[in-house]
Write a protein that binds this ligand. Structure first.
Ligand code: UDX
Ligand code: ADP
Length: 462
């Protein structure tokens, strides 16, 4: 039987990264009637998607991939062929922050997106629905439409915005049971037609009332706004953590008290050494840049302060370490528990641990890093200072002989370690800086540790 007869739709995704891979795996697993192909310019990535060692660590993802791989889910480097065959093309290539020219350090670098649009229109022989999955600045779809429309083949590409809200570590559940799916389209006949196709795809497993439709610009902006709001909550509680440390208030108690106000809600109120991840900082700076472009300087300054507080929190964390360890950490062994930007992922993009490790190295400490999933990435992130950094998967070995431990990632395993054994093997006085407030601080203090939680009084022996 030909593919055409076997499958009712042919879906392509360009970009096999953190967003494209899991999203397509879920569509393929839930919709056996569609053929789903994921393509990428990186052959190593594609090879990995075709093995059981997936290129990203995500709990439950391999099981979902295995449901569909080889049945109706295919990973390939044949981009042109994929474009030629597909009717719906998701684009989830990377959109990093620009590092050069106008808007450097803030604006999104759209070169990969634009190249993809040009690839599509060069190869296409029929009308296509193009779905923006990558997070993009509001009104990117307009630029893409101009590129896609500039063809003399009489081909029409309808651009939809369908931002992805999945979070790493919980991606499978977020995709399977999303709070909402957002689809932005033009209110034209072709726009509504394309939107209905995408609604139908998601409706295979997402309840209809959770599938929202809007205009394209609202969908693009909603993604940036959602991430900005989430990051703002973390910077808000982190700013309060600094005040708690001065006033003997306890940030966990404050977080609980304000979170029980149903207008505020209790999620995303955990004080930390700072937020990381590929999205928050990038998306806020993107928002800031767009506001500046439109002359909205006060709005830009407001959102920029969310990033400023995050930088302050990381700086403050290291300053506390330095101050309490007698103003010198030169030559001291300091162990970082965790390097991933959050638990249950091997991703280290924008991880606060990167900044903390670099600052400790600047102070000439010897930094030991342990993490159950992120060591490979950590080695790349710290390539510039390898002589002062050691990596080991075993937390006991990592802590042996250390003057201090700093918890960077809230991995469950760090809660259950034998801290008496760790204490016995450390230099004295032994310090713990809990950058995630996950440990039992009183118990550690009783063992002999000097404990420095975030946003609450330190428990010291001096
Ligand atoms: C985020 C958004 O949640 C997701 O919707 C979007 O699609 C992509 O960006 P992600 O970056 O995977 O997802 O992780 P998230 O769970 O949002 O955490 C981001 C950072 O904030 C992590 O470093 C995390 O440790 C930190 N965080 C989160 C806190 O410090 N405190 C909290 O209370 C919550
Ligand atoms: P995200 O977190 O947004 O998914 P990633 O960096 O994890 O971002 O993934 C983006 C993927 O897009 C990478 O694997 C990269 O190789 C791929 N990519 C970038 N440009 C192109 C392109 N022009 N054609 C195909 N794939 C591309």
């Amino acid at each position: 039987m030909s593919n055409k007869a076997r499958f009712t739709r042919n879906i392509l995704c360009i970009g096999a990264g953190y967003v494209g891979g899991p999203t397509m795996a879920m569509i393929a697993a839930r919709c056996p009637q569609y053929r789903v192909t994921v393509v990428d310019v990186n052959p190593g990535r594609i090879d990995a998607w075709n093995t059981d060692q997936l290129p990203i660590y995500e709990p439950g993802l391999l099981e979902v991939v295995k449901i569909a791989r080889g049945r109706n889910l295919f990973f390939s480097t044949e981009i042109e062929r994929g474009i030629g065959e597909a009717e719906v093309i998701f684009v989830s290539v990377n959109t990093p922050t620009k590092t050069f020219g106008a808007g450097a350090g803030k604006a999104a670098d759209l070169q990969y997106w634009e190249k993809t649009a040009r690839d599509i229109i060069r190869v296409a022989q029929s009308d296509k629905i193009i779905v923006e999955k990558s997070t993009l600045p509001v009104r990117t779809a307009r630029a893409m439409e101009r590129i896609l429309d500039a063809n003399d083949k009489g081909i029409h590409c309808e651009v939809l915005s369908n931002p992805e809200f999945l979070a790493e570590g919980t991606a499978v559940n977020d995709l399977d049971h999303p709070d909402r799916v957002l689809i932005g389209s033009h209110e034209t006949e072709t726009g509504i037609g394309a939107r209905d196709v995408l609604v139908e795809i998601y409706a295979n497993w997402v309840p209809r009332e959770r599938i929202l439709t809007s205009n394209v610009w609202s969908a693009e902006l909603s993604k940036l706004a959602a991430n900005a709001f989430l990051a703002q909550r973390i910077s808000s509680i982190n700013s309060i953590s600094a005040l708690c440390e001065k006033t003997e208030a306890n940030v966990n108690e404050v977080g609980r008290a304000i979170g029980m106000d149903s207008r505020i809600g209790n999620r995303f109120l955990r004080a930390s050494v700072g937020f990381g991840g590929s999205c928050f900082k990038k998306d806020i700076l993107n928002l800031v840049y767009i506001c500046e472009t439109y002359g909205l300087h006060e709005v830009a300054t407001y959102w920029e302060s969310v990033v400023a507080i995050n930088d302050y929190q990381k700086r403050r964390f290291v300053q506390t370490m330095l101050r309490v360890m007698f103003n010198t950490i030169a030559g001291k062994r300091i162990t970082l528990f965790g390097f991933a930007f959050k638990a249950d992922t091997g991703d280290t993009r924008e991880s606060p641990a990167i900044d903390v490790a670099r600052k400790l190295v600047e102070e000439q400490a010897h930094v030991v890093i342990t993490d159950p999933q992120a060591l490979q990435n950590a080695e790349k992130d710290l390539a510039g200072c390898r002589s002062q950094v050691t990596f080991t998967e075993d937390p006991y070995k990592a802590a042996a002989g250390a003057h201090a431990i700093a918890v960077m990632t809230e991995w469950e395993l760090y809660k259950a370690l034998d801290y008496q054994r760790i204490f016995d093997g450390m230099e004295k006085p032994a310090f713990i800086f809990d950058g995630r407030n996950i440990l039992d601080h009183r118990e550690l203090h009783e063992m002999g540790f000097n404990v420095f939680p975030l946003g609450e009084a330190a428990l010291k022996h001096f």
